[in-house]
Design a protein around this ligand. Structure first.
Ligand SMILES: [Zn+2]
Length: 239
């Protein structure tokens, strides 16, 4: 499982680079408007300002992404043992993620396994929709996931594609989850003792683990990291 691969949040990065005044506006509206809707609205405003598709793509391609992270993922993927399958669970969107992964040569590693909001280009406008239709049924998560995506439920669907009833076996022997945000807390509660979360320090996930980990019966191992090179180290040590 892979999140927090990049050193920046793509939703914010785009506007910081191309239209800081929209970034400021997002900061003031983020408690009033659901995040994906807010990014969609800001993308429409960016389009109205005349920003072209090429500029958005170029901005995504220059987003900081640590070479050690690329190397760590690539080397782990190429190892014969353990055999790994990489997924990307993200609150960003399909266009941002595919553009970034492609630029870093990681698109084939995650091919068909990016779980995120839907986006598509309409000429220079990037149209973005929530992963979960706001007019349809919503997630039933009790751990405090924000509207739209519950990463815990998404992880469950990956681990138990046929559902959990009838004692279905888990699709993977071991789960290594790389995360940093408070919304990564829900999925790691679904993991087992032999699994591990690689938690980036000083962000929302660490706070939630420290505050709620025990009472919520967090079972997996917790490994903290601050620099991407440390994730590479952990990946290299996996056997
Ligand atoms: Zn949840």
């Amino acid at each position: 499982m892979l999140r927090s691969m990049a050193d920046q949040d793509s939703d914010r990065w785009i506007f910081e680079v191309l239209a800081p005044e929209l970034r400021r506006e997002m900061k003031s509206l983020k408690d009033e408007i659901q995040w994906t809707d807010l990014v969609a609205q800001s993308l429409r405003k960016l389009h109205a300002k005349g920003v072209k598709r090429e500029e958005i793509e170029r901005t995504l391609k220059i987003m900081p992404f640590h070479p050690a992270m690329v190397r760590g993922i690539t080397n782990l993927k190429n190892k014969a043992s353990p055999q790994t399958t990489f997924y990307c669970l993200s609150n960003a969107n399909s266009v941002f993620i595919s553009t970034i992964l492609k630029e870093r040569g990681l698109d084939s590693v995650f091919e068909g396994r990016v779980i995120t909001n839907r986006a598509e280009w309409d000429a220079d406008l990037l149209k973005l929709r929530r992963r979960v239709d706001p007019d349809g049924p919503q997630h039933s998560c009790k751990v405090g996931c924000s509207p739209n995506m519950c990463k815990g439920e998404e992880l469950e669907r990956i681990l138990y594609p046929q559902g959990r009833q009838g004692g279905q076996q888990r699709a993977f022997d071991r789960v290594i989850y790389v995360g940093d945000g408070s919304n990564d807390f829900c999925p790691i509660l679904r993991m087992l003792e032999g699994d591990a979360v690689l938690c980036r320090r000083f962000r929302g996930l660490q706070k939630r683990i420290e505050k709620e980990g025990q009472e919520q019966n967090l079972q997996c191992q917790v490994v903290y990291w601050a620099g991407a090179w440390e994730v590479e180290e952990h990946f290299n040590a996996l056997s």
